[in-house]
Design a protein around this ligand. Structure first.
Ligand SMILES: C[S@@+](CC[C@H](N)C(=O)[O-])C[C@H]1O[C@@H](n2cnc3c(N)ncnc32)[C@H](O)[C@@H]1O
Length: 429
């Protein structure tokens, strides 16, 4: 059984921009896919209570887990990107900052001012970091980093989150989300002072914690795993969840590993594209051509996993993949959209099977998805995912179209006539 609904749900579900303004959610700007309001609306609609557990296999910076916690609902989240996972952990355990964060922030600031006055030296950073800040500001940021690293404060992780957010606040480059563009030097920002921006960030974090603590939600338990969504039920337990709500990477060539380059370089977590590939890019489901290694994906192109679940979807996708393969040879860009699409559905198949296992009978699997049109070839991601899920064993699905969207494919002269859209797919076990 299936149905497609086209409704403007922005009122009830909000947009990801709400989370940029909401306490705690706003500590780190990340392309989250949806608003905390969607999580609240779905918790309500599916009658989720304090004895239930919700899950998110692509938990990112933790919108699902945090919104659940603030409602007294327990959760399991999985994220494969170590830096993003750390951000989610720190946000989710906000109560650890309930006492004395302001004093510790002041003391770190004083230490940083002394460090800066004493040595004015810079760390060994990759070029990108130097390109994003004036030298003076980089002295301040380096001194703040050193002061936080040496502090014994119980709030060290929160202070690190504050300094992480300060990077984009106090950059001199065009570093708005999602792209860092050091070549775009924004004059109005040139004279930012990282000490002041850090102080503001700490004050915001402190007041968000006070506000969240005043809500006093029913106590709940939360597990955030640094792991792979393709092994989700291993982390959640089988038949344990009443609802899984997630936004997987969209099939739109968006490289999540690249998005946090500035932050991971600044903290010395990674020092090169190669290190990011090894520790992040290669661990994510395929959704960008930068993840495709043609020599290693000869089998993927046959879509064996999808074929074992759904013959009709395999046939449809094979046609799409073959068209993209022909276009790749004709076009100058030589983009591996064919393998990106095949890899995406092979990976998503595993996630759908795992989520099925993790759910209670009648449990709901809710995905926020975007479709796409690489080289102008339309791929109806929502419908294809839903059909695979039915063949795996889900009883029915509903697709709610939340918005139609323009995106980077729109400039393509071969663009198909179907407007691209974002939808919420709800599958029932
Ligand atoms: C659209 S974002 C989800 C954002 C999330 N809703 C939030 O609140 O920040 C998709 C996330 O999936 C993660 N991801 C990609 N492949 C993964 C995998 N195999 N296992 C776990 N997480 C993965 C990416 O790192 C990214 O953070």
């Amino acid at each position: 059984m299936s149905s497609l609904q086209s409704i403007d749900k922005n009122q009830a579900y909000g947009t990801f921009k709400d989370s940029l303004r909401a306490p705690i959610h706003r500590w780190f700007t990340y392309p989250a896919g949806y608003s905390y309001k969607l999580v609240e609306a779905k918790i309500e609609a599916h009658g989720i209570g304090p004895d239930d557990v919700v899950g998110d296999p692509f938990v990112g910076t933790g919108t699902t887990s945090l919104a659940a916690k603030l409602r007294g609902v327990s959760s399991v989240g999985v994220e494969a990107h170590p830096f993003v996972h750390w951000v989610a952990q720190t946000k989710l355990h906000f109560e650890r900052g309930a006492d004395g964060l302001g004093e510790d922030a002041n003391s770190v600031l004083r230490d940083a001012e002394q460090i800066q006055a004493r040595q004015r030296c810079l760390n060994e950073w990759p070029d990108l970091v130097y390109k994003c800040f004036s030298q003076e500001n980089l002295f301040r940021l380096g001194a703040l980093r050193a002061a936080i690293e040496q502090t014994t404060s119980a709030h060290k992780e929160l202070l690190k989150v504050a300094l992480t957010a300060t990077l984009r606040d106090s950059t001199s480059a065009g570093a708005g989300w999602p792209y860092i563009a050091p070549s775009k030097f924004a004059q109005r920002k040139v004279d930012r002072n990282a000490f002041l921006d850090f102080t503001k960030r700490c004050a915001l974090i402190e007041s968000d914690i006070v506000q969240a603590m005043s809500i006093k939600p029913i106590s709940s338990s939360h597990s955030l795993v640094l792991g792979d969504a393709r092994r989700f039920s291993h982390f959640s337990g089988k038949g344990a969840l009443k609802m899984v709500l997630t936004s997987p990477p969209y099939l739109n060539n968006y490289d999540y590993a690249d998005r946090t380059r500035l932050e991971t370089y600044f903290w010395g977590m990674f020092n090169s594209w190669g290190e990011i590939t090894k520790h992040v890019r290669d661990k994510l489901i395929v959704a960008a051509t930068t993840q495709v290694r043609r020599s290693e994906m000869e089998e993927t192109v046959q879509l064996p996993g999808v074929g074992s679940a759904s013959q009709s979807v395999q046939n449809e996708l094979t046609e799409i993949v073959e068209r993209l393969s022909r276009l790749r040879r004709e076009k100058s860009g030589n983009k591996s959209y064919d393998l990106m699409v095949a890899g995406y559905f092979e990976d998503m198949l595993q996630v759908i099977v795992e989520v099925y296992e993790s759910l209670e009978p009648n449990g709901a699997f809710i995905l926020v998805l975007g479709d796409s049109a690489p080289y102008g070839v339309h791929v109806a991601t929502d419908e294809l995912v839903a059909r695979i899920a039915l063949d795996i064993g889900f009883k029915d699905y509903v697709i709610e179209v939340i918005r139609t969207r323009g995106d980077k494919w729109a400039g393509n002269p071969q663009r198909h006539q179907v407007p691209l859209r974002e939808s919420i797919v709800t599958l029932t076990k």
